[in-house]
Design a protein around this ligand. Structure first.
Ligand code: DOR
Ligand code: ZN
Length: 368
């Protein structure tokens, strides 16, 4: 028996493919294969590589590398951590030289880290405000990793545990809410198109719901790990459950699902962030690198809870529109047999990192 449906090739608007600089963790080629196997044909890749994507030369280098990849359309976010990066971004958006016009087509917007995460790209709030101002004028999509550094620092200083579960306490839910509130205020002030990355909290959902009601140009994504895992999974997964923002309690997970149901959540994006098992498992747990792979497992996980039309909205229609990706439904499609049930095992996946936080989970839908 089979029960076949088709969807357009999916879009994951938040991945870390690690190249250049961290090819021991992953490469554009290895992770594009992983994306393809998961039904994802277009990705938006983050700037925390080495060198970081904060110059025209770095963007041009990534575009050149992506041109070699045939199984996935890879677009890139530009990063801003210093004032000259913003000058370059404005140049990229406004120049009419053929070269910059070509590169702009492959750039999906600007990414800001409002607190430190992997790659240390934290931007200070004065410069962040200038980025929102430019974004409002030039219609550049701004994506932000929203955590408040002060709140995280205070929570860190108060922590005495070295258990990995303390990660959720030293980057608390209220830190995300405070940061989102500040960033939405900037989006409102400058009428800047603003997208919140990997939103993980109930208060975050409420802030986005209110912003949308007010008619602000605010959108958000949630990640599969925040939809299918909670703090209770630290016992089972140890540092494999460590990412930024961290896992939360069930109450937050339920609020994210409610946000999907009422349309507050625009996209599911994986924050696919491969690190080697050896890196995840060596040293003190709280020093383990943050991040989990997810690009290949998002679709079968979502199929356990959502109908195909909702998945299409979250992983095609909305990201395509928010980031002006210019994909059409007829570009290419995937065929899924909804009747096939299977278990996720890292040995069957394609990411170079060779592990998954969803090991053993029962899912639905095989790409045929
Ligand atoms: O968990 C995370 N991993 N969060 C981030 O913000 C960055 C990412 C990475 O690059 O590893
Ligand atoms: Zn990320």
């Amino acid at each position: 028996m089979s029960n076949l449906i088709t969807l357009p090739g999916l879009i994951d608007c938040h991945v870390h493919f690690r190249e250049p600089g961290f090819e021991h963790k992953a490469t554009l080629k290895s992770e594009a294969a992983s994306a393809r196997a998961g039904g994802v044909h277009t990705v938006c890749e983050m700037p925390n590589t080495s060198p970081p994507t904060v110059t025209i030369a770095a963007l041009a280098d990534k575009v050149r590398r992506a041109d070699e990849i045939t199984d996935c359309d890879i677009r890139f976010f530009f990063g801003v951590t210093q004032p000259p990066h913003l000058t370059t971004l404005i140049d990229l958006w406004t120049s009419d030289t053929e070269e910059l016009k070509r590169l702009k087509k492959r750039c999906c917007g600007v990414k800001l880290y409002l607190d430190h995460s992997t790659g240390n790209q934290k931007v200070d709030m004065d410069l962040a405000e200038e980025v929102f101002a430019a974004s409002g004028k030039l219609n550049i999509p701004v994506v932000a990793h929203c955590e408040d550094p002060e709140t995280n620092n205070v929570a860190s200083a108060a922590n005495s545990s070295d258990d990995v579960s303390a990660h959720s306490k030293i980057r608390p839910a209220k830190s995300e809410a405070k940061s989102i509130q500040g960033a939405i205020a900037l989006s409102k002030k400058y009428n800047a198109p603003f997208h919140i990355a990997h939103l993980s909290t109930r208060d975050g959902i409420e802030l986005v719901r209110a912003a949308k009601k007010e008619g602000l140009p605010v959108t958000c994504e949630v990640a599969p790990h925040h939809l299918f895992l909670t703090e209770d999974d630290y016992d089972r997964l140890g540092t494999l459950a460590k990412m930024n923002p961290p896992l939360r309690s069930k109450e937050h997970l339920d609020a994210l699902w409610a946000g999907i149901e009422d349309g507050t959540v625009d996209c599911v994006a994986t924050d696919h962030a491969p690190h080697l098992l050896a890196e995840k498992r060596s040293g003190a747990p709280l020093d383990a690198p943050s991040g989990v792979p997810g690009v290949e497992t998002a679709l079968p996980l979502l199929l356990t809870r959502l109908d195909p039309d909702t998945i299409k909205r979250l992983m095609f229609t909305n990201p395509n529109k928010i980031f002006h990706l210019g994909k059409t439904e007829t570009d290419d499609h995937i065929t899924i047999d909804l009747d096939q049930e299977w278990e996720i095992h890292a040995k069957d996946l394609h990411s170079k990192c060779d592990w998954t936080p969803f090991e053993g989970m029962k899912v639905k839908g095989k790409i045929v």
